[in-house]
Every structure is written in C-alpha cells, then in structure tokens.
Design a protein around this ligand. Structure first.
Ligand code: MEV
Length: 323
C-alpha cells in the first residue's frame, strides 16, 4: 500500500492588538475553525513535488513568491534529518483565503510540518513546530510578532506578547463574531512597514504629524488589556466599544482601506456592537461583534449585500454551547 500521512491547521482571528503586537504590546487571538488547511504527503517514485492552489510542480522549482512554502517543506525535512529531495508528493488543500489576515501562510506551514512529521513517524514538539512555522513566516512577512503561528499551532485562544510565554485564554464569552472578507488581498508586509515608517517619521521629530503613531501603539495595547477584562467580565457591550476604538487608531495608522471601512460601517449600521479590521489590514477581513446568533445572521445578510466575498460566524462561548 502507498504510504501516506496528513496534517491540518485552522485559520486564526486577531480579536485585538494587531500591529501593536509587533512593538511588544499584547494581542488577543483565537483559532478560527471555519477555515482550514489540509496537507497530505504521499510516497511517489519521482522527485519531491507539491501541489496547492498557487503552484503545481517540483519543490526546487517553486517561484520566489512562494518561497515561504518551499522553506516550510525544506526546513521540516532538515529537522527530520531526511534527504532534501525525497520521493514524496505534498498535496495542500485550503479553505483559508490567501492573504486576507486569517493566517493562511502560517496555517500552511503548520499543516505541512505536521504532515511531514507524521509521514516520517517522528514526534513533532510544540517548540519545533513553532520554529518551523515562524521561520517560514519570516520569509512571508518580514518580522512577524509570532501571534499567528502561536495561535494556529497551539489551537487555543491566546493573550500574546512577543518573546514572552503566551497565556491561554479560556474563552467563555456570550457573543458571536461575524467575519467578512473584502475579497481584496491584504498586504501585511506593506502594512507593517507603513506603521514602521510612521514611527520613524515621528522619531525624526517631524512636525507634520496630526497624531502620535507611538501614542496610538500604546493606546492599542491598552485597549487589549481592557478587552481581556471585558472578556473576563462577559461584558459584550464594552468589548464592542473597545473594538470600535481600536479601529479608529488602525485607520489613523493607515492600515485600513475603503472596502474594510465600508464593511465596518455597514456592520455597525446593521446592529454590530463593535467592528474592526483583523490581521494585517489593507485588504483582507473585518470582524464584527454581536450578542446572539439571530443578530449574527442578520449581519451576514447585510454584509453580503454590501459586497463581502466570504462571511463566517465564530461563537466566542464554550464549545458545544453555541445557541
Ligand atoms: C498579522 O496577522 C498581524 C500583524 O500584527 C503582524 C504580526 O503580528 O506579525 C499585523
């Protein structure tokens, strides 16, 4: 029988703290089971090959733009101590829209590493998985904070601060997130660089700034701390307000865009208690908070009419208690 093995990973949602997390502020993120990547590794008689939505061919011929995928495969093989060109085929299928702030690149790396380790029947430690996926993310996104890889590889809601041990959050919050995709490719690397440029301008003492970028980063970090409290207090109204406030800072920092702003406005008009972009921004997805499923379904309709290209609902309460 042909030898085969599988690995999977879900997407992620950053509830609060994107961008500020790059500067050592906290972020709250959760795995998003509504979308996932499946990787299947199969024995073949040819050279190491891969098939995914973006590429079909030999791994050593992967074009530069998909270098992070090549790295995830090569680095996993290196850690496994096997040849860099084994006779295997790596098949990747994904329902995570690529580059929309849902952690697609991190999820691909995690699922690839899991599938390869399963194929070679070697234990994959949490630390090893994190290192493989994070080094692949460095190629995709420059200087990632690690929040995506941590959330996706650990499959738990987390309170995350860069370079510190993360805290698992036991989410038991009586509310729903509606996640909507603008359909526009997000530009995380560009957005992160844009924020860095603002900070650089501020550091050089430019008088032309109408706000303090570093002040906004601080404020975003503070909103995350308050959000953690709102989650603990089960205060849905408060969390919604904090999300709205975060969005105003993210807009100032230049990481939102007209489509995101439009869907966020529509969500608020349709009754969302709060709405903001999620992930890198400049395209990608937004999230909106509502208290019950009926509201969530109403919001889905409104967002669909407003042109959202994909819409999902994520319950924030305990698993199995979705009402
Ligand atoms: C991307 O999902 C989140 C950002 O904060 C970047 C990062 O944390 O590396 C924008």
């Amino acid at each position: 029988m042909t030898k085969t093995a599988q690995g999977r990973a879900s997407g992620k949602i950053i509830l609060m703290g994107e961008h500020a997390v790059v500067y050592g502020k906290p972020a709250i993120a959760l795995p998003f089971a509504g979308v996932e990547v499946q990787t299947t590794v199969t024995e073949t008689c040819g050279d190491l090959s891969v098939n995914c939505a973006l590429y079909d061919g030999l791994v050593h011929e992967i074009p530069k733009v998909y270098e992070s995928l090549k790295h995830a495969i090569r680095f996993s093989l290196y850690r496994l101590g096997v040849s860099q060109n084994p006779p295997i085929h790596v098949e990747i299928t994904s329902t995570i829209p690529a580059e929309r702030g849902m952690g697609s690149s991190a999820a691909v790396a995690v699922s690839v590493a899991r599938a390869l380790f399963a194929f070679y029947e070697k234990e994959l430690t949490d630390q090893e998985l994190w290192e493989i996926a994070q080094s692949s993310e460095r190629i995709a996104h420059g200087n990632p904070s690690g929040v995506d890889v941590t959330t996706i590889s650990r499959e738990k809601p987390v309170y995350y601060v860069k370079d510190q041990p993360f805290e698992v959050l036991s989410l038991d919050f009586p509310a729903y997130l509606v996640v909507a995709d603008t359909g526009r490719i997000g530009h995380t690397l560009e957005a992160v660089q844009h924020v860095a440029d603002w900070i650089e301008v501020e550091n050089q003492g430019s008088a032309s700034l109408s706000f303090s970028p570093q002040g906004h980063i601080e404020a975003l970090g503070q909103l995350v701390i308050e959000s953690q409290q709102a989650l603990a207090d089960k205060n849905v109204t408060s969390l919604g307000q904090l999300m709205n406030r975060a969005q105003t800072y993210l807009v100032d920092l230049g990481v939102s865009d007209p489509q995101l702003d439009h869907l966020i406005t529509v969500a608020r008009q349709a009754g969302a208690l709060g709405a903001k972009l999620t992930g890198g921004g400049r395209g990608g997805c937004m999230i909106a908070l509502v208290a019950d499923r009926q509201q969530a379904e109403k919001l889905m309709q409104a967002l669909e009419t407003a042109g959202a290209k994909g819409i999902w609902i994520q319950y924030l309460g305990l698993e199995g208690e979705d009402k």
